[in-house]
Design a protein around this ligand. Structure first.
Ligand code: CS2
Ligand code: MG
Length: 402
């Protein structure tokens, strides 16, 4: 079998997605997600100009060899654009391998290690009262884990809090909007939010919170320790993680579990975090981390160090990425939690998929391959539309992580 064509499809059914579709001479096709929020066309061009010509004529069965060819062959290593492009190829080749074998991809990864993939949803509100109502809504839907984000008094807007609740989409403007941040106001408010949520819903519900890289290690240590009475499952992205040893300071001061990794793109971004056991959950996912092949290596390395998976599952990762993540989630021994932000009905229609939600779990389905596709006619109805994530400033005007 040979690859005869690879199409790079950009579509915007409410938000932008980049998808690679690989076609073989025997008519078997595979899909891979290549979406990099706010920088979508860089990956589209990388694939179209520099990767697709290298795929034509290759044997689609040689997944590892193709990965190494694209990674080592580029000479320029890593980076979100390169790794998202390699991820799309890798994911599409796993999809093809599954279809050829007549098996869902999770069977090729060793088979099921659990009955379903536990997911968490996003409960957010401007006020604590709104947050409590949102948590109740997720409980009604059967969720066993929720991420809680709340508006901060004195700040006009806060990360993770929006009017459109279930389909929250932060890349909402053709040019970046600007938000204002105060760590002092945030740290003074958040522990009281979790006190109310625990008080209202009791000890069984798993609670998570995302600090979105906004704190310094000592501020994160203070937040982690003030949240200890509320027994969070994780505190996410407490600090920027370029400085991996910075997490040692957090670890010295708190037993609140730490999750990070959604902006990482290779195992090297997390090697110290994992080997020194400075984190509890690694949040890389398929499209950012070089595909199923490389992410499987990350998760195996993490398993050796008591670190569990917590794959990023925001709406800017397409249903193709979600499907691929679920095949890993169901098969690896050290699965932790899967983020599940729901896509809009328009997105679901462009990406027909077999994975489904049921009572707090996602299931990858039994279709051969990944069980997801792109409806190219539907995709063509939604042309690319520029959309950027916001930029953050402190109250004095300094740029701060968003
Ligand atoms: C977030 C994301 O899902 C998460 O945990 O941190 O919503 C993130 O802001 C987006 O993926 C950025 O594109
Ligand atoms: Mg996050």
């Amino acid at each position: 079998m040979r690859i005869v064509e690879a199409r790079v499809i950009v579509t915007s059914p409410g938000r932008n997605f980049v998808t690679l579709k690989i076609v073989t001479d025997e008519g078997v096709t595979g899909v891979g997600d290549a979406t990099l929020n706010g920088r979508e066309l860089a990956v589209e061009a990388y694939l179209r100009e520099h990767v697709v010509p290298l795929l034509i004529g290759r044997d689609p069965a040689r997944i590892e060899d193709t990965w190494q060819y694209l990674y080592q062959g580029a000479y320029w290593r890593r980076g979100p654009v390169t790794m998202s492009a390699i991820a799309a190829v890798d994911t599409a080749l796993w999809d093809i391998k599954g279809k050829v074998a007549g098996l869902p991809v999770y069977q090729l990864l060793g088979g099921r290690s659990r009955e379903g993939v536990t997911v968490y949803g996003h409960a957010n509100g401007e006020t604590v009262t709104e947050v409590l109502a949102e948590v109740a809504r997720y409980l009604d839907l059967g969720y066993r884990a929720v991420r809680v984000q709340c508006g901060v008094p004195g700040l006009a807007n806060t990360y993770g809090v929006s009017a459109d609740k279930m389909f929250y989409e932060p890349a909402d403007s053709a040019l970046p909007t600007e938000a204002t941040w105060s760590t002092e106001r945030y740290l003074a408010h958040i522990p009281s939010v979790f006190a109310r949520v625990r008080d209202e819903f009791g000890p069984d519900l798993r609670l998570l919170h995302d600090a979105h890289h906004r704190l310094t290690p000592i501020e994160a240590a203070r937040l982690g320790s003030s949240l200890e009475p509320y027994a969070l499952t994780w505190l996410e992205d407490p600090v920027r993680a370029e400085l991996q040893e910075g997490f040692r300071l957090i670890r010295r001061h708190t037993t609140t579990p730490i999750a990070t990794g959604e902006v990482f793109n290779s195992v090297w971004d997390a090697s110290q975090l994992i080997s020194e056991q400075l984190i509890d959950y690694i949040r890389m996912t398929v499209v950012r981390a070089g595909g199923i092949s490389h992410l499987r290596r990350v998760f195996d390395f993490a398993a050796l160090h008591h670190v569990r998976s917590g794959s990023h599952g925001a709406t800017d990762l397409s249903p193709v990425c979600m499907a691929a993540a679920l095949h890993l989630d169901i098969s690896i021994p050290n699965f932790g939690l899967q983020e599940y932000m729901r896509h809009t009905p328009e997105t679901d229609a462009v990406f027909p998929h077999g994975y489904h939600y049921d009572g707090g779990y996602l299931h990858p389905g039994e279709a051969p391959g990944l069980g997801v596709d792109i409806d190219e006619e539907a995709a063509a109805r939604y042309p690319y539309s520029p959309a950027y994530l916001p930029v953050n400033r402190l109250e004095d005007g300094s740029i701060h992580p968003w």
